[in-house]
Design a binder for this molecule. Sequence first.
Ligand SMILES: Nc1ncnc2c1ncn2[C@@H]1O[C@H](COP(=O)(O)OP(=O)(O)OP(=O)(O)O)[C@@H](O)[C@H]1O
Ligand SMILES: [Mg+2]
Length: 362
Amino acid sequence: MAIDPLLRLDGVSKRFAGDVVGLDGVDLDIASGEFLTLLGPSGCGKTTTLRVIAGFESPTAGRVLLDGRDITALRPHERPLNTVFQDYALFPNMTVAENVGFGLSLRRTPKAEQRRRAAEALELVGLADKIGARVQELSGGQRQRVALARAIVCEPRLLLLDEPLSALDAHLREQMQVELKRLQSRLGTTFVMVTHDQTEAMSISDRIVVMNKAKIEQIAEPATLYDRPETAFVARFIGAMNLLRATAEGARENSRPPFSAGGLALDVAADDGAGRLAGTERTICVRPEDLIVCTAGAAGAAPARITSVVFHGRALRLHADLADGQTIIIDAPRQAGASPFSAGDIVHVALRAGANCQALPN
Ligand SMILES: Nc1ncnc2c1ncn2[C@@H]1O[C@H](COP(=O)(O)OP(=O)(O)OP(=O)(O)O)[C@@H](O)[C@H]1O
Ligand SMILES: [Mg+2]
């Protein structure tokens, strides 16, 4: 993290009428040039965070700093940033070109330059052929892309995007994710994007801020968030995850890993001394793809009864019960032909060699 962030939220809280807590003591540094994503369930405070940064909402406590300068009291148009709103907020009576060029006309940019830059921005979002269309004639996904073009055309230092791809179909969405990332590196603009789609956040972001109930749970790079979630909420929110109550079985030896859940040996990679005392209980995170179905008697394997088999394309997702009653999910690579597994089967399950598995703090 750079020492001097472009933008800093310093202890920001926002209370709405009726004592609704929108944000609760949020500290966040955003580095210049980074692609930062706010990720979390509906109502966790993502839009409120963007609105506080943009100046549409004034915090009840805390400060907003830009380049180290307190901008908490500045009005939205006095801040060097642009916002793509969750509901697009396009001008319905204007053409696509007029919508995109609007910010430039406010700045009294010469007409010819307005037209050129609007056309370029529309080209970037794949809507060059809609330049003369009226907004009412566009689909939801097309409107969303016009809103994006309108925001980038002014070349702001900071671009705030609230669910900018939510109205697009899966295929176009993936294509636009790549475009958005490419655009961001090309412009060198700092992007702060909101999404509740964890796959989108993982594929596009330099860092992800996971929010829950008006607070930040964890800020990390995508791979760190995936491999080393710090809280049970993050572990559950990012991809499928087994959270197993496990007991430490003694000192680590090659043949005797320290944790066991229903007989399944879980060799925790991170060395956090607390879990090493025999008898200690911890919650261990294991990804479904890090569990394998193996032969009975394999080292560290435990029996489990399959309760359901779900087709997941490249893998079969097995839901199963361990001997101690805990439920586990295993992603078994799919072979050609019929599924070798059925509900009711007893299989043996073990941790894949070299798998990453981690104890959450108690
Ligand atoms: N203007 C407002 N007045 C009162 N409460 C509000 C207002 N704006 C937001 N809230 C409340 O603040 C909380 C956070 O809302 P916010 O819009 O930031 O959520 P979000 O994370 O963007 O959710 P979503 O994914 O559904 O868009 C919610 O409980 C919401 O009801
Ligand atoms: Mg929102």
